[in-house]
Design a protein around this ligand. Structure first.
Ligand code: TXA
Ligand code: MG
Length: 338
């Protein structure tokens, strides 16, 4: 399939929206894989109940077979069809945060094929907040298996353009639902036990989860890889990414010297101490507010890659629970391969 074979449909009028829903639904019913907007990042969706369609997702992304895929639903009824057990804890979390950027890991039902769960006993379920994917799921009446719509280990897409850049030519359809409002992937919580456990931080942060669930366990230090998305290097731009703090530009340059990062090939993403733009390849300012920062982050990193950056410097983040998921994504993007 050449890049021109990927159709991009828009959704900004009611007629275009309805037409794009109809096209997506007919492709999904036929077993195809399509890219759809969600409020976190764009997803690469297929009928979760069709193992062959889900196998195509793995193939298109180059995703390893051990990494399970989240099932997207658009009602409590459909969520419950995906799981063998719907504990009180799941119900409380779902009622507080769905539709929204929270994935609940629960015992899978017999309906869910092995390939979705990577052979494991649990399934991740999420009711996304974006009206487009909600309309598609509502019309299909089956859950949609959807990982982020990027090649494995590369940056997640927060616009249709990002998807086309990585997957153009590999899928028949990308639906443009605008820039993702959350901007980083959902919080993943294991709700199989009496205490929920955080498997992947997201913008629904620990304190919000504790407020609803009463307590929260963590994978950290457990030594068991329960969520393959917690592999150290993930969500990476092509350029080397470093997180630094500086008071002025001289201090920034001094810190970059050991990295042999020349300003002309270095992009700076700053939120408090913004260097003068003239010698750097690119200087961008992201808002000093966690929601707006998360919304802007991946688009900035995509821009830096496009500018041909050798190095991306991101200014260190403030402390606090609402910054933790962003810090997590930055540290994974910055991790070296070893
Ligand atoms: O916001 C999101 O979650 C986006 C949008 C498209 O919904 N999806 C997304 O999917 O980020 P993906 O596949 O890129 O990341 C899903 C993460 C992976 O780290 C995967 O290992 C974990 O969720 N996961 C999925 N099912 C799981 C399960 N049954 N047990 C543990 N972890 C699971
Ligand atoms: Mg992903």
């Amino acid at each position: 399939m050449g890049a021109a074979n990927t159709i991009c449909l828009h959704t900004h009028t009611p007629a275009l929206f309805a037409e794009a829903v109809a096209r997506a639904v007919s492709l999904l019913r036929a077993g195809a894989v399509v890219a759809l907007p969600t409020e976190t990042v764009y997803g690469l969706a297929a009928n979760a109940l069709d193992p062959e369609a889900v196998a195509r997702i793995y193939e298109i992304k180059g995703r390893p077979a051990y990494n399970p895929i989240i099932c997207h639903v658009a009602s409590h009824g459909l969520a419950r069809r995906c799981v063998a057990d719907w504990p009180e804890l799941a119900d409380r979390l779902a009622r507080a945060f769905w539709p929204g950027p929270l994935t609940l890991v629960l015992p899978r039902s017999e309906l869910i094929p092995d390939i979705v769960t990577a052979g494991g006993p649990t399934v991740g379920v999420r009711w996304p907040g974006h009206p487009f994917i909600q309309a598609v799921i509502g019309a299909c009446d089956f859950p949609l298996a959807a990982p982020s719509a990027n090649l494995s280990n590369q940056l997640s897409p927060t616009s249709a353009g990002h998807v086309l850049k990585q997957l153009g030519g590999r899928i028949p359809l990308v639906v443009d639902g605008g820039q993702c409002n959350v901007g980083i992937e959902s919080t993943v919580v294991d709700a199989t036990g009496p205490v929920p456990r955080l498997l992947r931080p997201g913008m629904i942060h620990e304190e919000s989860l504790v407020a609803v669930a009463g307590e929260l366990g963590s994978e950290a230090g457990g030594g068991v890889l329960r969520s393959p998305g917690l592999l150290k290097r993930h969500y990476s731009p092509r350029a080397r990414l470093v997180v630094l703090r500086w008071r002025d530009e001289a201090e920034l340059r001094r810190q970059l010297a050991p990295w042999q990062a020349v300003p002309a090939r270095t992009c700076v993403v700053a939120h408090a101490n913004v260097p003068a733009p003239k010698e750097w390849l690119r200087v961008s300012v992201v808002p000093h507010d966690p929601e707006a920062f998360a919304r802007a982050l991946y688009a900035e990193l995509h821009h830096c890659d496009e500018a041909g950056a050798g190095t991306i410097v991101v200014e260190g983040l403030p402390e606090g629970p609402e910054w933790r998921a962003i810090a997590d994504r930055l540290s994974r993007a910055a991790a070296t391969m070893d």
